[in-house]
Design a protein around this ligand. Structure first.
Ligand code: GMT
Length: 379
């Protein structure tokens, strides 16, 4: 198949899922065209069958906000037409689903039918998407897609609850590439971070409000009273300054290490004992799955799709959003018993294996075939 993938070129979340999916499809022999405003970070080396199209748009003094959606739709028309694509797969509804819809209508006028699959990732439904400023266009463009997928059962439910959706939604979960996310031996690095064999807690995110990064510091402050430990905070974003301030206020700043944005997250997960995900809302929690693949158990909130991956008492523990006392108690219970910790680490790996990319990729391929066949039958 010749597939166009539209996504955000981000370090985490939907951008990573889209890029890894495209790379895996290309390895299977499909021709994959990435269409986005910047090269996605995980598209860093040449790979056969992979093509990158940077969305070109012209700025003009009149535009306070450059009309990206218009530019994307125009670019899509040309790419579909000249590369003879069979399918467009857009990740994150805003504004990708509506741009794809516009491109589809323009191409239809020219006698070309391009099926569109929209994958909903989370905040495009649970947060921004349902805001009055966007909701009409989001609902319309989801309903106009030839195929709709969500990354968890929880997000499927939220989509039907928040929007009037008339079509079936297919759940296809996030996945893990074990050739990358596997426990590496980074003992020298561990020694540098934790010279006195302290336990290492880790959190990776884009430091947005929804991630509740401050809770990780509150949990850590309680854990550190019982267990010798360090906290690694990986990533950057709008909340970072407040989190740094809180670490100083709680007098744990010497043991909280801010690493900023990092590409090789697997090298950091290799030295971690526990992953913290106290999110306010999380449609799936790919970052937690990446930790589990590297044998790191998870202390999380019980929101959204997290209970579909983190299993209470087996791969970690789940608590209500904001219940830092319970999260700290659970963290201490795992970290203070070596035998218990090893058990949780093994369970985390076993659970992550259920989301191996080799299991999820054929589900996407079958869904693509089904949507293309269905579209051909109707047009
Ligand atoms: O919140 C993020 O990290 C980014 C966001 C996105 O769409 O880029 O992530 C969402 O998509 C991920 C991939 O499907 C999911 O694993 C995350 O749970 C989801 N984030 C939220 O729902 C807050």
């Amino acid at each position: 198949m010749k597939i166009g993938i539209v996504c955000y070129p981000t370090y985490g979340g939907s951008g990573v899922v889209a890029t890894e999916l495209g790379k895996a499809l290309a390895k299977e022999g499909h021709q994959v065209h990435f269409i986005t405003y910047m090269r996605p970070p995980r598209l860093d080396v040449f790979q056969p069958n992979v093509f990158f199209h940077e969305v070109s748009f012209q700025n003009y003094a009149l535009f306070e906000y450059p009309p990206y959606e218009t530019a994307l739709a125009s670019n899509l028309v040309d790419i579909v037409k000249y590369q003879k694509l069979d399918l467009l797969h857009v990740h994150y509804a805003i504004p990708h689903a509506s741009a794809a819809y516009i491109a589809k209508q323009i191409l239809k006028e020219q006698g070309i039918y391009i099926p569109v699959i929209t994958t909903l990732h989370g905040t495009d439904i649970t947060l921004v998407g349902k805001a009055p400023a966007y909701r009409s266009v989001v609902a319309f463009s989801i309903n106009q897609s030839d195929g709709i997928t969500t990354v968890s059962e929880s997000l499927k439910k939220d989509t039907y609850t928040n929007f009037d959706i008339s079509k079936d939604i297919e759940v296809i979960p996030n996945f893990i590439d074990f050739t990358r996310f596997t426990k590496l031996n980074k003992e020298h690095f561990k020694k540098a971070i934790a010279p006195n064999n302290e336990r290492i807690l880790i959190h990776t995110s884009n430091f947005r409000k929804v991630k509740r990064v401050e809770d990780t510091v509150r949990i850590f402050e309680k854990v550190r009273k019982e267990v010798n430990a360090k906290l690694l905070l990986v990533g950057d974003g709008p909340e970072r300054a407040c989190v740094e301030e809180l670490a100083r206020k709680l007098e744990v700043e010497k043991d909280v290490i801010f690493l900023g944005k990092q590409d090789a997250v697997e090298e950091l997960l290799a030295i971690a004992d526990l992953y913290l995900m106290p999110s306010e809302s999380e449609s799936f929690g790919l970052a937690a799955l990446e930790a589990m693949a590297c044998e790191v158990p998870v202390i999380s909130s019980n929101t959204g799709g997290i209970p579909e991956i983190n299993i209470e008492g087996l791969t970690g523990f789940l608590s209500d959003v904001g219940d830092v006392d319970a999260m700290a108690r659970n963290a201490i219970s795992i970290l203070s018993n070596e035998e218990k910790l090893i058990g949780y680490k093994q369970n985390a790996l076993a659970q992550a294996k259920k989301f191996d990319i080799s299991l999820v990729l054929p589900v996407y391929e079958n869904y693509y075939q089904e949507v293309i066949k269905r579209a051909k039958a109707y047009n």
